[in-house]
Each structure stands twice: as C-alpha cells, then as structure tokens.
Unconditional design. Structure first.
Length: 287
C-alpha cells in the first residue's frame, strides 16, 4: 500500500510523523504534493524521507490511499485537477473541515463511476500517536476500505466510525481541541505552546474561529490574571504572617490549644497527661 497527501501542511506533516513512528508505513511509500517547496512542513517531510512533488497528479498516481489535506475551499479545485486520474484502487480520504462526502462524490462522479470516498476528522496529537479520529464512509466505499483507514488512523491514536452528521461536532471539540491545550504534545514536541496552537489554526478555518471566541471573551487574560492573582495573594499571606497581622480568631485551634484555654488547666498538667496517654498507647494499655 502507498499513501499520498494532497497538501503538505501541518496536518499532512503530523500524520506522516505519526504513521512512520507507528511503523504502519515507511516514509518512502508516502508521496506529498503542494505548490510551494519552501514551507517548513515540506522540508520536514523531505527530511523524513517522504517523496515530495509539486504535482498533485503525480501524488495521485503514486498512491492507493489519498488524503486530501488542503484547506476546505481548495478541495473542489483539487478534485477537478485529480479527478481524471482517479482509478479503482484509489481510496480518497478527505480531512477538510466541513466538506461533505456527497460534495466530493458529486465532483468525482463527473470523472468515474463509484469513486471510493471517506471523510475523516482528526487532530495534530497524531504526531505523538495520541490523536482522536472519527470517519464516515461514502456510498461507494467498501467495508475493507473502512478497515484500511481505521488501521492507519488507529496506529496514531483513537479511531472510530461515526455518522457523517456528527463530524462537525467532533471538529469543534477534538479537531480544534489541541489549540486549547495539549500537555503531552507540549512535553514531546519541544515547541513553544504558541507554535503548537498556530499549527492547528488553518487561516480562516474552524479552529481560529473558536480561538477568536476565546480571545474575545478574554480567556487568555482570564487565565493569566487568575494565576497572577493567586501568586499575589500567596505573597500577601506570607507578608501578613510575617507581620503577625492575622487575627487570632482566624487561626484554627488545635485540640491542645482548646484544652489550654479552659479555666484551671495549666500547660504542665496537660503535657504530663499527654505523655502518660502516649506511654499507655505505646505499651498497649487500654484506659
Ligand atoms: N491542522 C489541523 O489540526 C487539522 C485538523 C483536522 C483537520 N484539518 C484539515 O486539514 C486541512 C489542512 O489543514 P492544515 O492545517 O494542514 O493547513 P495548512 O497547514 O495550511 O496546509 C495546507 C497545505 O495545502 C497546500 N495547498 C494549497 N493549495 C494547494 C493545491 N492547489 N494543491 C495542493 N496543495 C495545496 C498548502 O500550500 P501553501 O501553504 O503554499 O498554500 C499547504 O501546504 C484543512 O482542510 C483542515 O480543515 C486540519
């Protein structure tokens, strides 16, 4: 089996890294295409040993499973370009947010009967094999096609089939989720958190819209302010303790303190009593 990626951006890069780390496919059986050759993700793919080309047709010819990893609005143009080159063996897997299976099938039916199409939504933690992927099966794809896709995607995390109308909800939750925080990726990637967040924000895409919402509501300031407030209060508490400005009433009394405050009880008698009790307990004497 060979795998192709139309689009060599953040998602393609993350998936290739995950697949090769999982050992489910070797880099020399993967071809990626993109118009630009000087993208950091393209050099990353090349370094991994992936075949890179600026021709989408070449990527199509060289693959059996073909991931569409371009921005959603590019999909129709790509389908017109590669449509005549699709053959029986091809399994087309669209990763594009919001693009329906029926719209892809409609385009490809202009070029051939019964194109095998799947739609999946995944996320960049696939890079550390902790992704979350859901997929839906097109009308001409077979059970084996679903199994093949599941084998690939399960190698880089959780994967399950769902009804297509659930995919948009998954996009908002786990597809965009890494932008809200992904501790494992942070630890493993050695990238700045801001960089990880940018990696999952395709310009004009679903995730950047979610982040815009968080930013408008002051989410980042809220978190910074909360941590800062806690830090300041900690210092204040320390300062108050140093100045002995905490009211005695606010200090929780230990049992010993309470006993000492009772009329007629001296600290010496309590100490002796406690020692006797302690001695009796140590020697197993029940009072
Ligand atoms: N990133 C994620 O976390 C994530 C998660 C789930 C789903 N997705 C989906 O995956 C798709 C790709 O997202 P991404 O974040 O990887 O975007 P990206 O980093 O912008 O990558 C898109 C790639 O497609 C290339 N491209 C543009 N026009 C092309 C064409 N005509 N033919 C072939 N390649 C072309 C781009 O090249 P240029 O940069 O030169 O334009 C870039 O290499 C989107 O549809 C998104 O909804 C992304």
């Amino acid at each position: 089996m060979s795998v192709g990626f139309i689009g060599a951006g953040q998602l393609a890069h993350a998936l290739v890294k995950g697949f090769t780390a999982a050992g489910v496919i070797t880099a020399n059986r993967i071809t990626a295409s993109s118009p630009d050759t000087d993208l950091p993700t393209v050099s990353g793919l090349r370094k991994m040993g992936v075949n890179f080309t600026t021709s989408n047709k070449e990527a199509t010819h060289k693959s059996d499973v073909l991931f569409l990893a371009v921005k959603p609005h590019i999909i129709p143009f790509v389908l017109d370009e590669i449509g005549p080159d699709i053959e029986d063996r091809h399994l087309i897997v669209s990763c594009a947010a919001g693009v329906t299976i029926s719209s892809i099938e409609k385009k490809l039916l202009q070029y051939r009967a019964a194109p095998k199409v799947m739609r999946c939504m995944t996320n960049t933690p696939v890079v550390v094999r902790k992704g979350a992927t859901v997929y839906a099966t097109g009308s001409h794809a077979e059970v084996e096609d679903g199994k093949l896709l599941e084998q690939l995607m399960a190698s880089v995390g959780f994967c399950t089939e769902v009804e297509e109308d659930l995919i948009d909800a998954v996009t908002g939750l786990s597809g965009s989720g890494p932008a809200y925080g992904a501790a494992k990726m942070l630890l493993d990637s050695e990238q700045h958190p801001g960089q990880l967040k940018d990696n999952v924000c395709s310009p004009g895409g679903a995730t950047i819209h979610a982040l815009h919402f968080l930013e408008s509501g002051g989410f980042r300031s809220l978190l910074i302010n909360a941590v800062e407030a806690s830090c300041i209060r900690t210092r204040e508490l320390q300062f108050l303790a140093d100045q002995e400005k905490i009211s005695p009433a606010a200090i929780k009394k230990t049992t010993l303190d309470k006993v000492l405050q009772q009329p007629g009880v001296s600290s010496t008698s309590v100490t002796i009593k406690s020692r006797v009790n302690l001695f009796n307990h140590r020697n197993g004497v029940k009072k």
